[in-house]
Design a protein around this ligand. Structure first.
Ligand code: PRE
Length: 92
């Protein structure tokens, strides 16, 4: 049990970093939305998303996590696109 508490503490510490990075990434995503509106560009960029996934999978030390990292990114992109939609509809 002591070991579980220690492992959970490690997860909590990683989550602290993740929240900061998540907020940072979504803030920039909103800025991208503003740019896209000015330049009349669509929110969804499939090529860019696939490139990000490919690039980051290549950085994995443990390649058995490739599929899961892709799933993680697909979720991040969905959230990011939803935030961009929300941002654009807010400032019409
Ligand atoms: C982002 C979001 C939506 C696009 O489909 C591609 C990438 C992302 O969250 O990384 C950012 C973005 O809008 C872009 O790079 O064009």
């Amino acid at each position: 049990m002591e070991n579980l508490a220690k492992l959970r503490q490690e997860i909590d510490e990683i989550d602290n970093e993740l929240v900061v990075l998540f907020e940072k990434r979504m803030k920039i995503s909103k800025e991208v939305a503003a740019f896209k509106r000015i330049h009349n560009m669509p929110i969804y960029d499939e090529t860019r998303e696939n490139k990000i996934i490919e690039k980051n999978i290549s950085k994995l030390k443990d390649k058995s996590l490739s599929h899961e990292l892709e799933t993680f990114y697909r979720m991040i992109f969905k959230i990011s696109r939803d935030i961009q939609e929300k941002e654009l509809s807010k400032n019409k």
